[in-house]
Design a protein around this ligand. Structure first.
Ligand SMILES: NC(=O)c1ccc[n+]([C@@H]2O[C@H](COP(=O)([O-])OP(=O)(O)OC[C@H]3O[C@@H](n4cnc5c(N)ncnc54)[C@H](OP(=O)(O)O)[C@@H]3O)[C@@H](O)[C@H]2O)c1
Length: 286
């Protein structure tokens, strides 16, 4: 039995869909009670977890032999995930597949350090592990940029002309499913990237073609981008994390391209054009 945490989130919801398609037995662990009930109504083995409540983790992990661990982007993310690692150890789960972040081990930006501390906790736990270190999600275009793309045909960054090998969440999920269901992935750390490293101006050009209207990328100063995030409700500390990763991008930290997705899944990762075609309808004005 595979326990999938963060079950309602961008990546884990895709992991669940692919596990369902593969007919692999899994338990979906949600934070929200309402989403848990909705999943149960669809026939899914669903449980409520709160990383700050060990008892919920004990119940969720019982009888599982694999854990897909995904932490929410919160100021105490490291501690929340370490709570889950401890609970997995107590529950004798043999193998953790952890959603991490690109170049976590280099610790060149805050979010990398947040994840690296969890990776180290897992490595020293005695459990078998597999680490997924994806670059920035292509789906961020929908999650974080959809409203301004829809309403103003524009999106913002402070990445300037940095090249980023964004990766499609569907390809990350495919690697996760292989790591959770096939042998041969223990002790491996996969760096997951798309097949192209595009600047945001190039990405805007591709989007314009797919959507049939001009989409512009506007580069802001880090201070202005942060002010915008905070105005939209982001906690100041999280805005600082996100501004810091844009610095990593500008320092050419995220342009590398690997073949790990192809090696693990046998499939080439999706190109931006394919993503833009598949998500075009959600990016058009409502
Ligand atoms: N976005 C990127 O480009 C990117 C790239 C590389 C790595 N990452 C990493 O990927 C992770 C985010 O993935 P995502 O965007 O798929 O996640 P997401 O959509 O933000 O989902 C996070 C999940 O965590 C759950 N959650 C929140 N608080 C919780 C708690 N106290 N206990 C248990 N579960 C809790 C949420 O449940 P509810 O929905 O019920 O609240 C949600 O399902 C982060 O660790 C991030 O650093 C992101």
């Amino acid at each position: 039995m595979i326990c999938v945490t963060g079950a309602s989130g961008t990546l884990s919801s895709e992991v669940i869909q692919q596990l369902e398609a593969a007919k692999a037995p899994f338990r979906a662990a949600y934070f929200s009670r309402q989403k848990t009930e909705a999943a149960r109504a669809r026939g899914i083995d669903a449980v409520v977890i709160d990383y700050s409540n060990p008892e919920t983790l004990r119940v969720a992990f019982q009888g599982c032999d694999k854990l897909f661990l995904l932490g929410p982007t919160l100021p105490n993310q490291t501690q929340l995930e370490l709570n889950a690692v401890e609970a997995a150890k107590q529950a004798d789960i043999p193998h953790i597949v952890k959603q991490s972040v690109m170049a976590a081990h280099e610790e060149r930006y805050i979010i990398a350090r947040v994840h690296r501390a969890v990776e180290q906790g897992i490595e020293s736990s005695g459990m078998a592990w597999t680490l997924l270190r994806p670059n920035s999600f292509l789906q961020n275009v929908v999650t974080f940029m959809r409203d301004t793309i829809r309403n103003e045909s524009v999106f913002y960054s402070s990445s300037s002309d940095a090249r980023i090998s964004h990766v499609d969440v569907r390809d990350i999920a495919a690697v996760a499913v292989r790591a959770l269901t096939d042998p041969g992935h223990v002790g491996k750390a996969y760096t997951l990237t798309g097949p192209q490293a595009l600047t945001y101006d190039e990405l805007a050009g591709e989007l314009s073609k797919s959507l049939g209207r001009t989409i512009r990328h506007v580069n802001l100063s880090p201070a202005d981008l942060k002010a915008g995030m905070v105005a939209q409700g982001a906690p100041e500390e999280i805005a600082d994390w996100l501004i810091d990763i844009e610095r990593f991008y500008r320092e050419d930290g995220a342009s590398r391209i690997t073949d790990d997705i192809k090696r693990v899944t046998g499939r080439d990762p999706r190109r931006f054009r394919e993503f833009a075609r598949d998500y075009a309808s959600v990016l058009q004005p409502s």
